[in-house]
Design a binder for this molecule. Structure first.
Ligand code: PEP
Length: 254
């Protein structure tokens, strides 16, 4: 089964209401490949989710950037998966490296969040990736496998999961992974899924790349056999996000 190209835009903790409206306008006016070629999901900060959801074109979808690990209640400052479902927010990004590093989210905590969000009916973009130190120590695949294992141990149905491979050294640094580096990890991750989950999950789960993707490097990266799309940070706030969405065409002509 073909894996539909997926382009996510992670707006992180950026934007005013005015800026958000401008980005939505740019997206709404853009000519992009049809929904059977590419799935587009943008992830504004929580407070802008209702605004974006109500104004964004209907062929693009929204994601939250995080959600709480269990049912809501006395967890000041958190937003529950149930609340996202209640607002009809279909997607959530979990395990982003900024949350793993700055907020100390462990592999197990991220795994618990993924399982809980899926159980509530959300679709999940689950992020994994190694630091530069870990890459230089030759442990990239051990790190990524451990992060994925903590998810796999808690999840049985993978149909609503997209894995985002985001090497930490490439996020927000302008140092994009080479197409060969990205392909190598995506291929290894798919083999890990085949061995530890199932051949079917390995063949159908989308593994997207994130880390300094831009309008200039997206086509070559997207042309790699196991790169099924992107999670885009900085460039998702700019008009070049449209070019990144259009990179989905490389798979059509492949
Ligand atoms: C991200 O935050 O997920 C990301 C990939 O950021 P950037 O594209 O800015 O490197």
């Amino acid at each position: 089964m073909a894996r539909k190209f997926f382009v996510g835009g992670n707006w992180k903790c950026n934007g005013t209401a005015e800026e958000v409206k401008k980005i939505v306008n740019t997206l709404n006016e853009a000519q992009v490949p049809s929904q059977d070629v590419v799935e587009v999901v943008v992830s504004p900060p929580y407070v802008f989710l209702p605004l974006v959801k109500s104004t964004l074109r209907s062929d693009f979808f929204v994601a939250a950037q995080n959600c709480w690990v269990k049912k809501g209640g006395a967890y000041t400052g958190e937003v529950s998966a149930e609340m996202l479902v209640n607002l009809d927010i279909p997607w959530v990004i979990l395990g982003h490296s900024e949350r793993r590093a700055i907020l100390n989210e462990s592999n197990e905590f991220v795994g618990d969040k993924v399982a809980y969000a899926l159980a509530q009916g959300l679709k999940v973009i689950a992020c994994v990736g190694e630091t530069l130190e870990e890459r230089e120590a030759g442990s990239t695949m051990d790190v990524v496998a451990a992060q994925t294992k903590a998810i796999a141990e808690r999840v049985s149905n993978w149909s609503n999961v997209v894995i985002a491979y985001e090497p930490v050294w490439a996020i927000g640094t302008g140092k994009v992974a080479s197409p060969a580096q990205a392909q190598e990890v995506h291929d290894e991750l798919r083999k890990w899924l085949a061995k530890n989950v199932s051949a079917d999950v390995a063949a159908t789960t989308r593994i997207i790349y994130g880390g300094s993707v831009n309008g200039g490097n997206c086509k070559e990266l997207g042309g790699q056999a196991d790169v099924d799309g992107f999670l885009v940070g900085g460039a998702s706030l700019k008009p070049e996000f449209i070019d990144i969405i259009k990179a989905a065409e490389v798979k059509k002509s492949a």
